[in-house]
Design a protein around this ligand. Structure first.
Ligand SMILES: *Cc1c(COP(=O)(O)O)cnc(C)c1O
Length: 395
């Protein structure tokens, strides 16, 4: 593989390993173990395994390795460790580096399970976590202190789609000697250059755009070779959050088409957001690609002006209108994944964010009328017609 390849070439050829059969499509090495030629060879491999030598699938596997190398190449990171889910990646990235007495600063607007790790789990092991409004640099500045070990945030927040300034937060964190861990799911490797902008560690739920077709759970932790092999691998290989070779193969093949899919989905999301903006039934259309987005300049600088594949619609009629709207649409499915080929509509207040108190929902802008809409690969005209008809039905 060449470092000079651009995204689409890396997505198709990055990390490939061919067996003696010269297969064109990547092989699924559905094996937990590997045979050694001799007792001496087994001993040698346990002392130090070479790049093409594997010991046990909890530590590594050729198909999993292909996925890790392909996504690391796309993200321009030195290395990656694949995990059983996005949450195994978030947990692995944080827990592998933290110890009792450490301090972490995190954005408050987080995917529910990320919030659970930071709020409920880390504190049990003596890690202190300070939460801030991720869009307010003064709050980051005030919270980060000498001895802060890590900062954590989702670069585009769920479900209100606020954008956090990776370069500015990274500069503040690095001044204090802290590592920057970014959950980059909503931005995708296609639109965000998080490593280039200062992130030290990038985590993805591969369940979303990387699979992109709703089939398998997976995740990945990306960073420097030293961090991935020195800090993450020892934790992951002994605690068992490895990605299965079969799921790794699904993700590997998903990566081949990810740049094409994600760009097409984002084009449609932009078209829908512009078509629905100003509709009388809607109090707000939230989409980073809209000119009126609160962080328009940051979206240009950090995401190349692209808003991603998810938009949120805030219906004036509250929960009742939101439910009628959800039930009236015929193309999008009501579910809670995102980044899928099928458009997916979610009512965060009663599903993904149900656990939050009313005060927390208010603070995060999760109103009763808010619908999160993950735009799929369907025709933009068909989707706009369906959404508009469902909105007209609200009267
Ligand atoms: C889905 C998601 C996760 C968790 O990923 P799983 O694969 O479901 O474990 C973490 N962070 C964000 C932002 C997500 O959207």
């Amino acid at each position: 593989m060449s470092e000079d390849w651009s995204e689409r070439t890396k997505a198709v050829h990055g990390g490939i390993r061919r067996s003696q059969y010269g297969e064109v499509s990547e092989a699924i090495f559905l094996t937990q173990g590997f045979v050694y030629d001799s007792a001496e060879a087994a001993e040698a491999r346990f002392i130090e395994a070479g790049a093409d030598e594997f010991i046990y699938a909890r530590y590594g596997n050729p198909t999993v390795r292909m996925f890790e190398e392909r996504i690391a190449a796309l993200e321009d990171c030195e290395d990656g460790f694949a995990t059983a889910s996005g949450m195994a990646a978030v947990n692995g990235a944080l827990v592998s580096m933290l110890k009792a007495g450490d301090h972490v600063v995190s954005a408050r607007a987080l995917f529910g399970s990320c919030l659970y790790i930071l709020e409920n789990i880390l504190s049990r092991y003596g890690v202190e976590v300070t939460f801030v409004d991720g869009t307010d640099l003064d709050q980051w500045r005030a919270a980060i202190r000498p001895g802060t070990r890590a900062v954590f945030f989702e670069s585009i927040s769920n479900p209100t789609l606020e954008v956090i300034d990776i370069a500015a937060v990274s500069a503040l964190a690095h001044d204090a000697g802290a590592l920057v861990v970014v959950d980059n799911v909503f931005a995708t490797p296609v639109f965000s250059r998080a490593a280039e902008q200062g992130a030290d560690v990038i985590v993805y739920s591969a369940t979303k755009h990387i699979d992109g077709q709703g089939r398998a759970l997976g995740g990945v932790i990306l960073g420097s070779r030293e961090f991935i092999r020195g800090t993450v691998e020892p934790y992951m290989k002994h605690t068992g959050g490895a990605l299965s070779p079969f799921s790794a193969w699904v993700m590997l093949k998903g990566l081949e088409t990810m740049p094409l899919r994600v760009r097409a989905q984002a084009d449609t999301a932009q078209t829908i957001a512009e078509a629905l903006e100003g509709h009388p039934a809607l109090a707000r259309v939230l989409y980073p690609g809209l000119k009126g987005h609160a962080q328009h300049d940051l979206v240009q600088a950090q995401l190349g002006g692209r808003g991603g594949t998810v938009l949120s619609l805030d219906l004036r009629g509250g929960k009742e209108a939101a439910f009628r709207f959800l039930n009236a649409m015929t193309i999008p499915v009501i579910s809670n994944n995102l980044g899928d080929a099928k458009s997916i509509a979610t009512h965060p207040a009663t599903t993904t964010h149900q656990r939050l108190s009313d005060d927390q929902k208010d603070a995060l802008g999760i109103t009763p009328g808010l619908i999160r809409f993950s735009v799929g690969l369907e025709d933009a005209g068909d989707l706009i017609a369906d959404l508009t008809r469902a909105l007209e039905g609200l009267g």
